[in-house]
Design a protein around this ligand. Structure first.
Ligand code: CP
Length: 322
């Protein structure tokens, strides 16, 4: 149960019980999502605004669809086409949205901590849809939901996270979430893309990509975040792919039934080869579908501030475990 929590700012703040509650609620939402008629009254009379200062396809669209499937009024603001471009501050923009009767503001911002600042100045619930290099909690929740759906208990899993960990808010949120849920997390990145002291977060730092992948249950690749790399962190993309990318030969080190995951968008042929992206064990497309279910659950829970959120059991649960 999530009681008296106004905002979802990161998985650093959530307990294992709160994470499990969201994942459980998402099971019901996935069931709803797979019906021919996806419209539910869960958020009737509520309003959701997505406020994006950075580009997005998956996160923004899945929040908007999630809100609309549950009958909320949903609207989007992009920084580039709003009064932000005229110099309005984040707090003033937030207050403006707040005073229109908004229940939930979903924000993506290039600055780490921007959702936390906004949350202090608005009555609406604030959901972090990615802040700088800090956290992307809803991505990690959909990743954990996908792992749990496919593999069962997260506690028994070894998850290898590889790629540009330094710039990755997805890596940070997954590390916070997965370690709280009892999973074993290994990380591998080229030395220039590995944050100093990351082992203090409870992960095993591997010296080679082969060591990270060996007998892993889940192989999670991260995008090279070229937009955040002002200097050359790696010589070039071709060399990066050859030295650190995952191809057929490296994938064979993981368990034969290892899940292949990537938050997207993928740099095809860089962090993963096409063989890996299009492999039968690839869950990349399913992560996108699960993103809608998880965001439906999050909107429902936070729009109601953790109150009155008794969701029916989903009859789908066991059938989806493979
Ligand atoms: N994974 C993710 O955050 O994708 P978008 O940037 O397309 O939202």
């Amino acid at each position: 149960m999530i009681e008296n929590r106004k905002d979802l700012l990161g998985l650093y703040d959530l307990s294992a019980e709160e994470i499990q509650y969201i994942l459980k609620s998402a099971e019901t939402m996935k069931y709803v999502l797979l019906q021919k008629n996806k419209k539910t009254p869960h958020l009737q009379g509520k309003s959701v605004v997505t406020l994006f200062y950075e580009n997005s396809t998956r996160t923004r669209l899945s929040f908007e669809l999630a809100a609309k499937y549950m009958s909320a009024s949903a609207a989007n603001i992009s920084a580039s086409s709003s009064s932000v471009a005229k110099g309005e501050t984040l707090i003033d923009t937030g207050r403006t949205i707040d005073r229109m009767g908004t229940d939930v503001i979903v924000i993506r911002h290039h600055a780490s901590g921007a959702p936390h600042l906004l949350a202090k100045h608005v009555k609406s619930s604030v959901i972090n849809a990615g802040d700088g290099m800090n956290e992307h909690p809803t991505q990690a929740l959909l990743d954990m939901f996908t792992m749990q759906e496919k593999k069962g208990d997260l506690k028994n899993l070894t998850v290898a996270i590889t790629g540009d960990i330094f710039h990755s808010r997805v890596a940070r949120s997954n590390i916070y979430g997965l370690t709280k849920m009892g999973a074993t997390v290994r990380v591998f990145a080229p030395a220039t893309l590995l944050p100093k002291g990351i082992e203090s977060l409870g992960v095993t730092v591997c010296r080679t990509i082969e060591e990270a992948l060996l007998d892993a249950d889940v192989v999670m690749g991260l995008r090279m975040q070229l937009e955040r790399q002002k200097q050359g962190f790696v010589p070039n993309m071709r060399e990066y792919a050859a030295q650190f990318g995952i191809d057929e030969r490296r994938l064979a080190l993981a368990k034969p039934d290892a899940l292949i995951m990537h938050p997207g968008p993928v740099n095809r042929g860089v962090e993963f080869s096409s063989f890996v992206i299009d492999h039968d064990n690839s869950c990349i497309d399913e992560q996108v579908t699960n993103g809608v279910a998880v965001r439906m659950a999050i909107l429902y829970i936070f729009a109601h501030r953790g109150q009155d959120v008794k969701l029916p059991e989903s009859p789908q649960r066991k059938e989806n475990v493979r």
